[in-house]
Design a protein around this ligand. Structure first.
Ligand code: 2PG
Ligand code: MG
Length: 379
């Protein structure tokens, strides 16, 4: 198959920011998200702007006209474009959709049969809202059930029940609730709620602390810590002690970015009975993963293709992690689109977890795609 037409255009992501969408042969479309709590070591989403990338691609037909899909997918073709991580990924994903007739998971791995566990963002704050909120960016629901459908339904049900209990309509960028309570009260509330099974399913609690967002002058600065102590300033060792006590007290199974993004040594002091996950620490970069492994900083990593700006490099780090017993969590971004390619990649690359929101069309598109894939695999 060959590229006959390729059109780039600007669309809005869920935060109403510009992003790029590519359409190949009028039928295959892909778009890419952007983050708010971006790590320092991420590649730039756009070297200039999304508009610049769109105009460039629409002008330079010579890059793609009549190329075969395979030839086009070649990494060099894209990297030399020098437009930033997001345009490259949009091109690669659209090509992959064209090559696979929109069945990326099957094309990449015809034997796919394992569905990921969703980490569902139910309560949030930090840099995902401008409103007064919890210091922790995401409180995540991790359901334990056999099928993806059961996990999906349990999280959805929990989300609805939590909404009733919190009685709030305020939402973060990722569709998580912003209750009018402090960080530690939120932990107590969720821990309490999760004592009972939901639709017969045990749900565990996880956190994305996104600690770099409130780390300044060598101090973790909590603005909404507890009912009695609104502010709290913690030194590195105090932050480590606090997170370790949360892991035991709340039986946390997952903690992402508990410390700032350069503290490889500090990460290694966290209780690895939980998944200790590097997002800003690693930024889907294999060099940073190797440093983290040397220092035993983590036992799991976030996978965000647009942090590294190449699908080929993303696959490389996933394989490397799996062969060294590091768990992977593929993740949405806070400014999302309807594109559900990460659901396909999770299944194709045997990624055990997918982090998305529970509510909102951009988040649900990933979950619904997984429901569809599970049905196809079972059939
Ligand atoms: C994160 C992400 C997604 P952002 O920190 O893990 O939840 O946020 O896309 O803003 O970096
Ligand atoms: Mg994160």
């Amino acid at each position: 198959m060959r590229i006959k037409t390729l059109k780039a255009k600007i669309i809005k992501n869920s935060r109403n920011e510009n992003t790029i969408q590519i359409t190949i042969n009028k039928k295959f479309k892909a778009s890419v998200p952007s983050g708010a709590s971006t790590g320092t070591h991420e590649v730039k989403a756009y070297k200039k702007t999304a508009k610049y990338a769109v105009d460039y691609l629409n002008k330079h037909h010579d890059h793609w006209k009549n190329k075969s899909f395979d030839e086009f997918y070649d990494l060099e073709t894209f990297e030399n474009l020098n437009l930033g991580g997001n345009p490259i990924l949009a091109l690669q994903l659209t090509t992959l959709k064209a090559m696979s007739n929109n069945k990326i998971y099957k094309y990449l791995n015809p034997k796919s049969k394992i569905l990921p566990t969703p980490l569902g963002n139910v309560i949030g704050g930090g840099s995902h809202t401008k409103l007064k909120s919890s210091d922790i960016q995401e409180f995540l629901l991790i359901p334990k059930a056999k099928t993806f459908k059961e996990r999906y339904l349990a999280n959805k049900h929990a989300y609805k029940e939590i909404k009733k209990k919190l009685n709030t309509k305020k939402l973060t960028d990722e569709g998580a609730f912003i209750p009018n309570i402090s960080t530690t009260e939120t932990l107590d509330f969720l821990n309490n709620y999760l004592q009972d099974k939901v639709l017969g399913i045990k749900i565990n609690l996880g956190l994305d602390i996104a600690a770099s967002e409130f780390y300044k002058n060598k101090t973790y600065n909590y603005k909404n810590f507890s009912k009695s102590n609104k502010t709290n300033k913690l030194k590195k060792q105090e932050q480590i002690n606090l997170v370790n006590s949360w892991i035991s007290d709340y039986n946390l199974k997952y903690v992402e970015d508990p410390l700032e993004q350069e503290d490889f040594r500090g990460f290694s002091k966290l209780d690895q009975r939980a998944l200790i996950c590097g997002d800003d620490l690693i930024t889907t970069n294999i060099k940073r993963l190797k440093s983290a492994m040397q220092q035993k900083s983590i036992n799991s990593i976030i996978i965000k293709p647009n942090q590294i700006g190449s699908l080929i490099k993303t696959k490389e780090i996933v394989d490397f992690a799996h062969s060294h017993n590091i768990k992977t969590i593929i993740s949405h971004r806070s400014g999302e689109t309807l594109d559900s390619s990460i659901s396909h990649l999770a299944v194709a690359w045997k990624i055990p977890y997918i982090k998305t929101g529970i509510f909102g069309k951009e988040r649900e598109s990933k979950l619904k795609e997984l429901l569809k894939i599970e049905n196809e695999i079972k059939a």
